[in-house]
Design a protein around this ligand. Sequence first.
Ligand code: COA
Length: 358
Amino acid sequence: MTSARIHEGLEGVLVAKTTLSSVEGDVGRLTIRGHLIESLASEAPYEAMVGLLLDGALPPPERLRELQAQLGAARVRAYARLAPLGRAVRSTDPMRSLATALSLLPSDATPADAIGMAGVATAAWLSKARGITSLAPEPELPHAQDLLRLARGVAPTPAATRLLDTYLVTVAEHGFNASTFAARVTASTGADLASAVVSGVVTLSGPLHGGAPGPVLDMLDAVATPEHAREYVRAELALGRRIMGMGHRVYRARDPRAFVLERALAAYQRSDVANARLELARAVEQAAEAELARLHPERPLRANVEFYTALLLEALEVPRAAFTAIFACARVAGYAAHYAEQRREGRLIRPSALYVGP
Ligand code: COA
């Protein structure tokens, strides 16, 4: 056994077939069931992405209305399920309260139940962070619009709703990333959907996966002005620290989702302060890309989705502690679609390790 090759981090190892999404790292292309992420993100509401993932095709208008109603009803059920627990679920870290809320779902929960619960639990945490009374969901509203309303206590503008829809669509699904893989491992044991979604969510929480965007803003705060970007990045790298929002396991080009989110944000920006923030981010990205290329000429390390996620969620007035929870709200649709695929076609996932102990 000592000659066996170990695939550390499973990099490049194929473990299943999937029809859900294709991540082409060399050219920086992401397609979801054959649709480029750029076209989906600029047009589709989140419900359309949910339909695409669960049904296999973009939903026609009637199915879209049905999905909207199903998510609305699921938000109402989630609100009723969380109500008796009140502050208990909302008082911890948002990712912990999200995982706790999802684990309250019944064993026969549907994908809509999981999406509804994720949205309502996260919005409840956000409303508490704002110090406002938690509102009841309005089931007839589109999902993104209701989430913003629940989180802020007031009706959002159409532009803010569009921006959140773009974000939710952009990050709903992304191949065999670590948290999706975790959800599939759980699904492969025959566990129920809610358990698989909880596995995904807790795995997403780490800073090397979904936990990077908060630290991206901390970095922008520390850099403060574009002129300091180079100096800051150099000092961080000299200390052996990672630049958050840069690099990716699969992409060797700039993450296509970074383009989508940067463009959506530029279209949304209005105030001079917000525009200056975007310029600062672009300067930090350029400096980081140049310095990382110098240090790792063999491995392109460019901006990933988290870099502009940070700015986009900041523009939507989401506190940085809850960035990963909003990411999770979107990704639950991907976990649910992978759950179905794994249960339909997959085997128990059970790799081996090389024993090197005494
Ligand atoms: N800043 C500084 N160095 C980085 C880096 C970053 N953001 N990303 C990778 N590197 C370096 C590593 O230190 C490593 O150097 P070494 O070979 O001298 O040890 C080399 O590049 C390869 O990195 P590795 O960790 O093996 O790549 P990976 O595929 O395991 O990592 C990430 C991918 C995403 C975990 C990694 O790029 C990272 O930590 N990025 C920052 C966190 C982040 O933005 N996460 C969100 C991902 S969507």
